[in-house]
Write a protein that binds this ligand. Structure first.
Ligand SMILES: NC(=O)c1ccc[n+]([C@@H]2O[C@H](COP(=O)([O-])OP(=O)(O)OC[C@H]3O[C@@H](n4cnc5c(N)ncnc54)[C@H](OP(=O)(O)O)[C@@H]3O)[C@@H](O)[C@H]2O)c1
Length: 276
C-alpha cells in the first residue's frame, strides 16, 4: 500500500493515475473526500496517523502557505510511528544552493534532512519549473493579454509533470533508488519567451509576454511577505542562470526520452481550447 499525498495536485494526480494503470494499491490523501482516498491534513497529526496506517511507501508533496518543513516533519513523524519503509519527497531544483547571502529552497532542504535523519529509506526528486505552470495563463491567452515573465532571459530545463510522476513511481516501487537525489529535468533549456513561442505555434494564436517583477507579482496574488521572500530567492537564482543544466535521470530511469515542452503543449491543447 502506497500513500499519495497531494493526490488532487499536479504531480500527485499523475502519480495516482500511473499507480492505477499499474494495478498498485494506493490511497490518495486530500483535505477533502476522495473516492478510495483518505481525508487528512498535514496540520492534524491524528488524521496523518490514519493516512499512514498499513502503508509501505509515501509520496510526499507539501505546499505550506508559508514555506516551512513543518508539514514534511509531521508526515515523517507519523510514518516512522506506523512502520512505513520509505518516503519519496517532491523537492525542487537548486534546494540548498547558496545564493545572494541566503539559501535556495531552504525549507525543502530542512525537510530532506528530517527525512534522512528519520532512518526511513528515501528518494528525493528535485524538478525545475513544470511545463504545466503555463495552464495558469489560460485566461490571459484567451484575452490576448501578455503572460508575466519573472525569469527574464534565463533558460530552464522545463519538465513535463508526467515525467516527474513517472520517476516518482519508479522510486516508490524500486529500492534501487533508495538514498538517491535526482534533479528530474526536461530534455532542453528554454527561456520563458521560448515556451510562449512554442505555445503560440501549437495553439495557433498569439502568446505574448511582458517582463515583470516577481515580488510585485506574488504580492498581487496576496502571498504573505515571508513566503514572497523565500519564493523570490529560488526565482532570482533561476533568473541568474542557476537552472541552466539538463540531466539524464528521466531517460535513464524510464528508458525513454524526457518529454519536450512542445510535446506537453500538444498533449494539452484541448485544455487551452476549452477556455474558448
Ligand atoms: N510548480 C513548479 O514549477 C514546481 C517546480 C519544482 C518543485 N515544485 C514543488 O512541487 C510541490 C507542489 O507540487 P504540485 O504542484 O504537484 O502541488 P499542487 O498541484 O499545488 O497541489 C497541492 C496538493 O497539496 C495538498 N495540500 C495542500 N495543503 C495541504 C494540507 N495542509 N494537508 C494535506 N494536503 C494538503 C492539496 O490537496 P487538497 O487541496 O485536496 O487537500 C493538493 O493535492 C511544492 O513543494 C513545490 O515546491 C514545484
Amino acid at each position: 500500500m502506497i500513500l499519495v499525498t497531494g493526490a488532487t495536485g499536479t504531480i500527485g494526480g499523475h502519480v495516482a493515475r500511473l499507480l492505477t494503470d499499474r494495478g498498485v494499491a494506493f490511497r490518495g490523501m486530500s483535505r477533502n473526500d476522495l473516492p478510495n482516498g483518505v481525508r487528512a491534513d498535514f496540520t492534524d497529526p491524528e488524521s496523518l496517523a490514519t493516512a499512514v496506517a498499513g502503508v509501505e511507501a509515501v509520496f510526499l508533496v507539501t505546499v505550506p502557505p508559508v514555506p516551512s518543513a513543518e508539514h514534511d516533519i509531521a508526515l515523517v513523524t507519523a510514518a516512522k510511528a506506523a512502520g512505513v519503509r520509505k518516503i519519496v519527497k517532491l523537492s525542487a531544483i537548486g534546494s540548498g544552493e547558496p545564493f545572494d547571502g541566503t539559501t535556495v529552497g531552504g525549507w525543502h532542504v530542512a525537510a530532506e534532512e528530517a527525512i534522512a535523519a528519520s532512518g526511513l529509506a528515501w528518494t528525493v526528486l528535485r524538478p525545475p519549473s513544470f511545463a504545466s505552470n503555463f495552464l495558469q495563463y489560460r485566461e490571459l491567452i484567451e484575452a490576448s493579454d501578455p503572460l508575466p515573465n519573472v525569469f527574464g532571459a534565463a533558460r530552464q530545463p522545463v519538465v513535463d509533470p508526467r515525467d516527474v510522476a513517472a520517476v516518482a513511481v519508479e522510486a516508490l516501487l524500486d529500492s534501487a533508488h533508495d538514498g538517491r537525489r535526482y534533479d528530474v529535468t526536461g530534455p532542453e533549456l528554454l527561456t520563458f519567451n521560448d515556451q510562449a513561442a512554442i505555445l503560440e505555434r501549437v495553439l495557433g494564436r498569439p502568446v505574448k509576454t511582458v517582463d515583470v517583477d516577481l515580488r510585485g507579482q506574488l504580492a498581487s496574488f496576496g502571498m504573505p511577505p515571508e513566503a514572497i521572500e523565500q519564493v523570490s530567492v529560488g526565482a532570482a537564482w533561476a533568473s541568474a542562470g542557476g537552472t541552466e543544466y539538463v540531466t539524464e535521470h528521466v531517460s535513464r530511469i524510464l528508458g525513454r526520452p524526457a518529454s519536450t515542452f512542445e510535446q506537453w503543449a500538444r498533449d494539452h491543447r484541448a485544455m487551452f481550447a476549452a477556455m474558448r
